[in-house]
Design a protein around this ligand. Structure first.
Ligand code: ADP
Ligand code: MG
Length: 259
């Protein structure tokens, strides 16, 4: 059953909040090096799906596996403690809509924090690692600044460097540009494109359809907590089969056309 090419498997994932079923039998897999864009209307369950993948939300049922390893639960079904989960979470880097940088730490210290605390790197080695990652997101010159001095686009690039510092196998992005002023969106998308060019495995929630077309191998469209359609990016975007997807895509293009 385990396929060496498969990095992430989501199998019959369900999540309910009380009586509200938010994810309904969501199943898909992501191959090593693959980039999947998760799209869908607001409230369709995209963020919950991402959060369940690294157990920021505990699934009501279903299995998540990275490299064949069950996330969040032992084979006997017992839920892992946060300490047991920490090394699994380190394999999954997450970038949120809001950057959540530590305001009292320099940019470099924000990036170096996880490698020091979780991987136990010496301060000097962690600082070196952070400097390299800040160069990768084109912010080497901001290493010593406090986050509040940076623009939103720069802060989000620091958040990306921080996610990379975990040396994750998989990157999750949840609408990484939707809190940004329009003129700052491009610099963040460019950094994500560069990471895609390195063959990193990623699952991205985005409303930027042109970006999804360019960067994603595959697109998954969710509505009402279910996967409604999925397939190669161009096929899904240019020849949508499902009426709900056609409706969603035309609502987005109307939004873009608005002055
Ligand atoms: P999306 O990211 O696609 O906009 P979400 O995953 O954020 O959707 O939310 C899906 C649904 O789950 C929404 O109806 C939302 O109100 C509900 N929801 C999300 N988080 C919670 C929570 N902690 N408690 C109750 N309902 C929630
Ligand atoms: Mg969301």
């Amino acid at each position: 059953m385990p396929d060496a090419d498969i990095l992430l498997t989501v199998d019959k994932l369900n999540k309910s909040y009380g009586p509200l079923a938010v994810l309904k039998d969501v199943s898909f897999s992501l191959r090593r090096g693959e980039r999947i864009a998760l799209i869908g209307p607001s409230g369709s369950g995209k963020s919950t799906c991402l959060r369940a993948i690294n157990f920021l939300e505990q699934p009501t049922s279903g299995d998540i596996r990275i490299d064949g390893q069950l996330i969040g639960r032992h084979a006997n079904g017992r839920r892992m403690t946060d300490a047991e989960l920490a090394p699994q979470r380190a394999e999954i880097g997450m970038v949120f809509q809001h950057f959540h940088l530590w305001p009292h730490l320099s940019v470099e210290a924000n990036v170096a924090l996880q490698p020091r605390k979780v991987r136990g790197l010496a301060a000097e080695r962690a600082a070196e690692l952070a400097a390299g990652l800040l160069a990768k997101v084109h912010l080497a010159h901001k290493a010593g600044d406090m986050p509040s001095r940076l623009s939103g686009g720069q802060q989000q690039r620091v958040a990306i460097a921080r996610a990379l510092a975990q040396q994750p196998k998989l990157l999750l992005f949840d609408e990484p540009t939707s809190a940004l002023d329009p003129e700052l969106v491009g610099e963040v998308l460019n950094v994500i494109k560069e990471l895609a060019g390195e063959g990193r495995s990623m699952l991205l929630v985005t409303h930027e359809i042109a970006f999804a077309r360019e960067v994603a191998d595959r697109i998954i469209f969710m509505d009402g907590g279910r996967i409604v359609e999925e397939g190669p990016a161009r096929q899904v975007l240019d020849h949508p089969r499902e009426a709900r997807l056609r409706q969603f895509l035309s609502s987005l293009s109307k939004e873009e056309a608005r002055p």
